[in-house]
Design a protein around this ligand. Structure first.
Ligand code: ADP
Length: 587
């Protein structure tokens, strides 16, 4: 699944991200960075003042100087607190605004991607990516530059000050730096790698859970709870192992760094203490060194901690761009036609299609005149649904043409094409929300009367009006609070309100009581009246009324004609009909 995505280097990720999302905030972002710098540099001053407190004020018995210098130290901390508080708030607010843009872009992009993309990706994985990646990005946007700027300012400033105070002792103190750097680099590198791995494990875990919860009815019905729990437990365990490897690195990194730094501190105290005894150095300078050395370790540790997040950031941004870089397979051509009106003629010219390798449709030819009803009949898996998916250009044939009123669908904007096409599929998706919102999904601006009229035409008005909240009744996730027959009529009402010219209909096979069945049948008849209709027919009455029946077998139209013509032919259709319908009654 991953191999179809180009991998982007870390540097490219950061540069692209900055150009695309940081640019609008350049001014305020820069000010926040300057505040980071000022905050970092301010913290270098107290050790110098402490030195003077000890050497000048205490040693010189100068109380006035003591009070002055301590006040100065207190003032510096107050100023630092003020700057930190402002930059914290401001920096996070920039990160938040930026994140909203990132999220919207990514979500918008996913919507644009073609059906073939969505066929191959699992919702759990997508969700984990969107939510998780972007949370990390948001954290790093603010804390990343903060850590680096404060870190560099403090490490550079501390080194400079130490060298200024006593260059020999400074060299002793800094001797541990290369050891620390090599040690942390080794561990952090492995940690980065493991972070990528951990996130993959997490994605597959949430995928597993998402699938389980979606299919919970089936799991319970087939008493497979045990097996499903076991497979989730396995994914969970894999994630734990990966997480534990990260924890192992973290447990090594910080104590290890502290140990190395402690060794540096001991060396400074030993050498500095000896030199102070010798009278080569003042107590104040030695104290300043101890404080400065602590100021050395802290930013270094922060930089190392950031490396942890930095790894996740690069991984997150990398994946973000990998997805953003996927071009929708189906795009509007430059200068594509905006359909103004549609008569409703649909023509397939030698259409060949495949989803993956296997050829699903081969040499499909037919013309459906405006207003005609075409029944697609044939064994399951023969390609009937696929034919209907090519009309709204959800997929594209690799050979041949699909034409609406003589215009190739590839020359029409997808938006205007789909505006004229209505769909009622089996088990159609309803959104959580009210009944009115679901009916007006294709025309959100429709008036209340129009919604009610559509419901009436779809024979849905009675049950809706009997509900406690009427049209405002919330139907739950995917419409779980409605019965099968009610859901079907809501989806018919939704299609009716859209007033499409071309209708794609997959007759429901699920059994509803005969009264509801009759209501649905009447609703469908009203829906298809005067529209070019393709119906994947499961009802005998539909087939009998069809202007033309296309018998689809293994991706080819093997027979075509009206019911009586095909029965007279006594071929595949007649055989199929006898098996399927001989014992059924037309409703
Ligand atoms: P029918 O509607 O006649 O039952 P379909 O058009 O749904 O048949 O399916 C035709 C063939 O295409 C089947 O073999 C099916 O497995 C395959 N197929 C359907 N949808 C997809 C898809 N999204 N990706 C890959 N193969 C698919």
């Amino acid at each position: 699944m991953e191999q179809d995505i180009p991998t982007i280097s870390a540097w490219q990720c950061i540069r692209r991200f900055a150009c695309r999302y940081l640019r609008p905030f350049t001014g305020s972002f820069t000010v926040v960075q300057l505040m980071h710098l000022a905050g970092g540099l301010l913290l270098l001053l107290p050790p110098l003042l402490i030195r003077s407190v000890i050497d000048d004020a205490i040693d010189g018995d100068n109380v006035r100087l003591l009070v002055l210098q301590v006040s100065l130290i207190a003032g510096i901390f107050a100023l630092w607190a003020l700057i930190s508080s402002i930059k914290e708030y401001w920096g996070h607010s920039i990160a938040q605004r930026l994140t909203v843009r990132v999220r919207n872009d990514l979500y918008g992009h996913f919507q644009k991607l073609s059906m073939s993309f969505h066929d191959n990706k699992k919702t759990g994985e997508l969700l984990a990516r969107i939510i998780d990646d972007i949370n990390v990005v948001q954290e790093v946007i603010h804390h990343g530059p903060e850590t680096i700027i404060i870190g560099l300012a403090m490490i550079g400033g501390t080194a400079g000050l130490m060298l200024y105070l006593d260059w020999r002792l400074a060299l002793v103190g800094m001797a541990v730096m290369p050891v620390l750097a090599i040690f942390s680099r080794k561990i952090v590198k492995r940690m980065w790698r493991e972070f990528r791995n951990e996130r993959k494990q997490l994605a597959s875990l949430s995928e597993e859970v998402e699938e389980n919860l979606t299919g919970i009815h089936i799991i319970k019905a087939f008493v497979r709870e045990g097996e499903e729990s076991a497979s989730t437990a396995l994914a969970n365990e894999k994630h734990r192992r990966s997480r534990m490897r990260i924890i192992k690195y973290v447990s090594l990194l910080f104590p290890g760094a502290m140990l190395i730094n402690g060794a540096g501190m001991a060396a400074v105290l030993l050498v500095g203490g000896w030199r102070t005894i010798q009278g080569d150095m003042t107590v104040g300078t030695l104290t300043a060194f101890v404080f400065l050395l602590r100021g050395f370790l802290e930013p270094l540790m922060r930089v190392m901690m950031f490396a942890e997040q930095g790894g996740r950031f690069v991984a997150g941004v990398g994946r973000f761009f990998e997805y953003m870089d996927i071009e929708p397979e189906i795009q509007d051509r430059p200068g594509a036609l905006e359909l103004e009106t549609v008569e409703g003629e649909v023509r397939f010219e030698d259409v060949h299609f495949r989803y993956d390798e296997e050829i699903i449709l081969a040499g499909i030819n037919f013309t459906a005149p405006p207003g005609a009803m075409i029944a697609l009949v044939g064994p399951s898996g023969s390609g009937k649904t696929t034919i209907t998916r090519l009309i709204p250009r959800f997929y594209e044939p690799y050979m041949g043409n699909v034409l609406i009123d003589g215009t190739d669908v590839r020359d029409i904007t997808q938006h205007s094409l789909r505006k004229y096409i209505g769909m009622v599929m089996q088990d159609d998706f309803l959104f959580s929300g009210s009944i009115a919102e679901n009916i007006s999904y294709g025309r959100p601006d429709a008036s209340g009367e129009a919604v009610m009229e559509a419901a009436r035409m779809a024979n849905a008005d009675q049950f809706v009006e009997n509900m406690p909240g009427g049209y405002e009744t919330q139907i739950g996730k995917r419409g779980v609070k409605l019965s099968e027959g009610q859901r079907q009529r809501i989806s018919i009402a939704r299609a009716l309100l859209k007033k499409p010219r071309i209708l794609l209909l997959d007759e429901a096979t699920s059994s509803v009581d005969s009264e509801t069945e009759a209501l649905i049948k009447q609703a469908v008849e009203r829906l298809r009246a005067g529209r070019t209709t393709f119906v994947i027919a499961h009802r005998l009455s539909t087939i009998l009324e069809a202007d033309e029946i296309l018998f689809v077998d293994s991706g080819r139209i093997t027979e075509r004609g009206t019911h009586s013509e095909l029965m007279a032919l006594d071929g595949q259709y007649a055989r199929f009909y006898r098996i399927q319908f001989s014992e059924m009654h037309a409703i």
